[in-house]
Design a protein around this ligand. Structure first.
Ligand SMILES: NC(=O)c1ccc[n+]([C@@H]2O[C@H](COP(=O)([O-])OP(=O)(O)OC[C@H]3O[C@@H](n4cnc5c(N)ncnc54)[C@H](O)[C@@H]3O)[C@@H](O)[C@H]2O)c1
Length: 334
């Protein structure tokens, strides 16, 4: 089978990782890169002399079979619509769009033109997240009670996105994927300490009809670098720590049991402190897995693991959270 001709739009801080990864894919070739910035084009042309480097999207679209959109968030919906209009499957980096309206326009156009579009929800390709999802689905953890995520560091302060839109897509997409559900209500509080109107820290809470509560702390103004998710179930609890080089997942056989018979009320709940199990997780780079999958979507018609519906769902949560933020944390129903 011939190799898929891939194009990358936007080769900045993150897009360069797409460029690098595409260049290593066995089933695709880095055919073209499009970037507005001449300095970025110069760098890419130097590193990848056989790749066509351009500043014009139409030029890229004429040469490739499929496109990765890794330009800034403000451009995502428009660029995706242009790719679809040209009949080119595309993977749209997170956030999928900056409004539900834009996200739905992309979803509609993708359905009408029958051009597959994937949402760049990277963490659903993380092998530890896949394992965690299997544990949830197989009932290994029992009924899920709640989960909470921590995505904080002292890092790139963005002016065009706040911490919610910059970091939130990761944790929201991961929560929806793990629970296979969408929240019914969200609430968010945050503060802009460094730039007016751009929240550096956001505390987001999602409520699900099942009773599950999910909380996420997002910040680029924090002394620690944390990428952690804790899932608490009735039978077991799991911690996914992406900062751990190897032992990313820990399954705690811990919980609170209700013995069938007990004497006093105080004995009705018994703490169970069992073993801690560390499963072996394959050492696969999530970005390589995501792009390998996208090649199969674009070339073989495989269904995207994170599709336009997932893109719209995550944007819907972020948009509702933005309304809640503006209202000082008042819960917003979805
Ligand atoms: N999945 C992840 O883990 C992850 C991580 C970081 C960033 N991102 C996302 O990737 C996207 C890009 O982020 P970044 O940090 O690389 O930003 P960046 O500003 O460093 O790079 C963006 C690049 O796009 C170019 N560009 C702007 N408008 C363009 C247009 N219309 N056509 C072509 N090129 C254009 C710019 O010249 C720049 O080189 C953002 O949506 C961001 O949220 C995803």
């Amino acid at each position: 089978m011939s190799r898929l001709k891939l194009g990358v739009v936007g080769a900045g801080a993150w897009g360069r990782n797409h460029v690098r990864t595409v260049a290593t894919l066995p089933d695709a070739e880095l055919t073209a890169v499009c970037d507005r910035d001449p300095k970025v084009r110069e760098r890419v042309a130097r590193q990848y002399p056989v790749t066509h480097v351009t500043g014009e999207l139409v030029d890229l679209l004429a040469r490739v079979d499929a496109v990765i959109v890794a330009a800034p968030a403000t451009t995502h919906a428009q660029l995706a619509l242009q790719c679809i209009a040209a009949g080119k499957p595309c993977l749209v980096e997170k956030p999928f769009a900056l409004s539900v309206r834009d996200a739905e326009a992309v979803a509609r156009s993708s359905a009408e033109r029958k051009v597959p579009v994937a949402a760049g929800h990277l963490l659903v390709f993380h092998p530890a997240v896949e394992r965690l999802r299997a544990l949830v689905r197989q009932g290994e953890l029992g009924k899920i009670f709640y989960l909470y995520g921590l995505r904080v560091n002292l890092g790139q302060v963005r002016a065009d996105e706040n911490a919610l839109w910059s970091f939130g897509p990761h944790d929201v997409s991961m929560a929806l994927y793990l629970l296979d559900d969408q929240p019914i209500r969200v609430a968010a509080q945050g503060r802009s300490y460094l730039q007016p109107g751009v929240e550096d820290v956001v505390f987001l809470t999602m409520e699900f009809a099942s009773g599950v509560l999910a909380h996420v702390q997002l910040s680029w103004l924090d002394p620690h670098k944390e990428r952690k998710l804790t899932v608490v179930g009735a039978k077991k609890m799991v911690v996914f720590d992406d900062m751990e080089p190897r032992e990313k997942l820990r399954i705690y056989d811990k919980g609170v049991d209700r013995p069938p018979e007990y004497g006093s009320y105080g004995e009705s709940l018994a703490i169970r402190e069992g073993d801690i199990f560390i499963p072996k997780i394959p050492n696969i780079e999530p970005l390589a897995a995501e792009l390998g999958h996208f090649v199969r979507v674009a070339r073989d018609g495989e269904a995207p693991r994170a599709d336009v519906t997932d893109g719209v769902r995550v944007v819907r949560v972020l948009e509702a959270a933005t309304r809640s933020l503006a209202a000082g944390g008042t819960p917003v129903s979805l």
